[in-house]
Structures are given as structure tokens and as C-alpha cells.
Design a protein around this ligand. Structure first.
Ligand code: AMP
Ligand code: FES
Ligand code: ZN
Ligand code: ZN
Length: 313
């Protein structure tokens, strides 16, 4: 039974217990236990469908201290995948954002007997991401931050011998990026937007997104039911970001027509697989290695990260 008209209590479609979430796009209302089981099943489905990784491989889970990446780590651990976490301390001071995020990630690791690797950018590289962005004229904090995070993730995965780097991007994140890339008909980004980015160099682990079949609100509900203590505050630099605007638009469409986000993103993946979007992946093969850090790079000389760091001296 879908609902109880006398008490207005929402009932779980699968067991009739009180439901904690209504998912009209799947015609499902689920109780806490069934939500946890369903969410886990959807992550496993993505891992299998997109051939992200196997039980024999070691996975580096990039955890930000937010709900998605901690929930992802929780799911992978429960599914029996061998994983370690990576937290990158970016030096964002607003209301102690980076410190509080690190604490949340560390608490989760300790509670579950998992290993968290922490890289403090200021300590390891001499200045924080915020300083680097400030000193570099015209460098937007988010793009500088993205570059630094990618560099450190690649380095840690290589040094630790991990097969893949897993991030907590959910369906809402991917659909928002897709909307922006489509608005600009950005063929390069469209050809690279996928749940799996294969390794294109022995020093670059593949990148995987096991939560792409799950809505953001499903992840929030999962984190709540599993009592994951995460940082709710968004990065202060994300305010006004185009992805937040795109998420708002997509949510409006979703309210009118449940399942639209799902259709939009999965339809894109199917079209991409069917060859509708030409792949220019071969153009991206790095041919050189950075003279300073040894990471692969397209141009000779220094990689983008080392160039950024030098420019910000
Ligand atoms: P964002 O770009 O902030 O939406 O984050 C996307 C994903 O990147 C998260 O789900 C995490 O997996 C990863 N991530 C973001 N920030 C960090 C961080 N400071 N340290 C490690 N991983 C991160
Ligand atoms: Fe990097 Fe916000 S997390 S700028
Ligand atoms: Zn149930
Ligand atoms: Zn370099």
C-alpha cells in the first residue's frame, strides 16, 4: 500500500513499515532499512554496469567530509571492497571548513577501522590553495582547487598502488555538469564526462563515480539513516557557482516531471556509447612527464600543477 489516508503516514512499498523517503521517479517509498539496501544495490549496479572495479582491486576513495563521499566509502566498505580514504586539506578557513571536514572524515575512518590518508596542502606544498589562487592573477579559486585536488589524487593513487580513485559525484552533480556542457556544446568535456575515466598512463589511476545512478536526496537520506556524521556546510567558494544554478533548474524540471534528471543523464550516456558524441580521448594522451614532479603532462616542461605553484610564488 502506498500510503495510509487515516494517519498520513507514508508506507514502505516493500515492507509496509513507515517510509523515510518518497522517490516518485522510481515509484518507490522506502523505509530506512530498504533505502539502505536499495542504495547499496544501485551503487553495485553502477560498479557492474560501467565496469568500475573488482573485489580484487584496491580503491582510493576521495572523501571531502560531505555526505556523498562518506556515504560512498560506507557503501564500498559494506560491499566488501578494499579501500582507503584520501582527504585533501585545502586550507579553507571560513568557519573552520577544512578542519571540520577533516575531523568528519577522520571520525568516520576511526569508527569503521578504515585508513584515512590526509594531505595538508599548506604543510606539504608550502601554501594553501587559497593563497595560490590569490597570488595568481585571474585564477578562480574553484578551478585552482580542482587542479590541485586532481594532482594530489593522482599522486596518492600512484604512490599507494591503488587501481582506481573513487569520487562521490552523484546523479545531480553529473546532470548539472551535463547541462552546462550542453549549453556550451563543449565537445571536449562531453566526450570525457563518464562514470569511468580509464587510465591513460601508468601513473594515472582510472577515475570512477559509483554514485552516478543515485539522486542527491537519496544520498542525503542514506547518510541520515546510516547516522553518518558529515559536514553540511558547502564550500564557501562554491556560492554562485554555475553548477548550483544548473541543479536548481534541473530540480524544477524534476518536480514537473519526475525522472527527468535520470533520463537526461542516462540518455546522454547511452547516446555517448552509441557514438553520438565523438570521442577525442586520443588527443588527451599525455606524452611527456613533468620535469619537477614526474606526473604525466601534455606539453613538455612543467605540468599544470607545478606551473601554477611556480606562478604563485
Ligand atoms: P566537489 O567537486 O566538491 O563536488 O567534490 C566532488 C568529489 O570530489 C567529492 O565527492 C569527493 O569524492 C572529492 N573531493 C572533494 N573535495 C575533496 C577533498 N578536500 N579531499 C578529498 N576528496 C575531495
Ligand atoms: Fe575547492 Fe571549494 S572545495 S574551492
Ligand atoms: Zn521497508
Ligand atoms: Zn609537475
Amino acid at each position: 500500500m502506498a500510503g495510509d489516508p487515516m494517519t498520513h503516514v507514508m508506507r514502505c512499498t516493500q515492507c509496509g513499515a513507515e517510509a523515510v523517503i518518497n522517490m516518485p521517479q522510481h515509484r518507490l517509498k522506502l523505509c530506512g532499512d530498504h533505502l539502505v539496501a536499495w542504495t547499496t544495490k544501485m551503487a553495485q549496479k553502477a560498479i557492474d554496469r560501467y565496469e568500475l572495479f573488482t573485489l580484487e582491486e584496491r580503491i582510493l576513495v576521495a572523501v571531502s567530509g560531505g555526505k556523498d563521499s562518506l556515504a560512498l566509502w560506507d557503501i564500498l566498505h559494506r560491499l566488501g571492497y578494499a579501500s582507503e580514504g584520501l582527504y585533501i586539506h585545502l586550507g579553507i578557513d571560513h568557519e573552520g571548513y577544512s578542519d571540520r571536514s577533516q575531523d568528519a572524515a577522520q571520525r568516520f575512518a576511526d569508527e569503521h577501522g578504515l585508513t584515512l590518508n590526509v594531505v595538508n596542502v599548506q604543510t606539504v606544498y608550502g601554501k594553501s590553495v587559497i593563497e595560490a589562487a590569490r597570488r595568481r592573477r585571474g585564477g578562480r579559486t574553484c578551478s585552482v582547487c580542482g587542479l590541485v585536488k586532481r594532482h594530489i589524487m593522482n599522486r596518492m593513487a600512484y604512490e599507494g598502488g591503488f587501481a582506481a580513485i573513487a569520487t562521490g559525484h552523484n546523479l545531480d552533480d553529473e546532470a548539472a555538469v551535463l547541462l552546462m556542457n550542453t549549453l556550451h556544446w563543449d565537445g571536449h568535456y562531453l566526450s570525457r564526462q563518464a562514470p569511468l575515466l580509464p587510465s591513460i598512463h601508468p601513473r594515472l589511476a582510472r577515475k570512477v563515480k559509483p554514485l552516478v545512478l543515485l539522486y542527491e536526496r537519496e544520498m542525503a537520506a542514506y547518510a541520515l539513516v546510516r547516522q553518518i556524521d558529515y559536514v553540511m556546510q558547502e564550500c564557501p567558494y562554491a556560492e554562485g557557482a554555475s553548477s548550483i544554478f544548473a541543479k536548481g533548474i534541473l530540480n524544477q524540471i524534476e518536480r514537473q516531471s519526475p525522472g527527468s534528471k535520470h533520463q537526461f543523464y542516462l540518455g546522454f550516456l547511452r547516446a555517448r556509447k552509441g557514438g553520438l558524441i565523438a570521442s577525442d580521448a586520443s588527443a588527451d594522451l599525455p606524452s611527456e612527464t613533468c620535469a619537477q614532479c614526474g606526473q604525466p603532462t601534455m606539453a613538455g616542461g612543467l605540468c599544470a600543477f607545478c606551473r601554477l605553484w611556480e606562478a604563485a610564488e
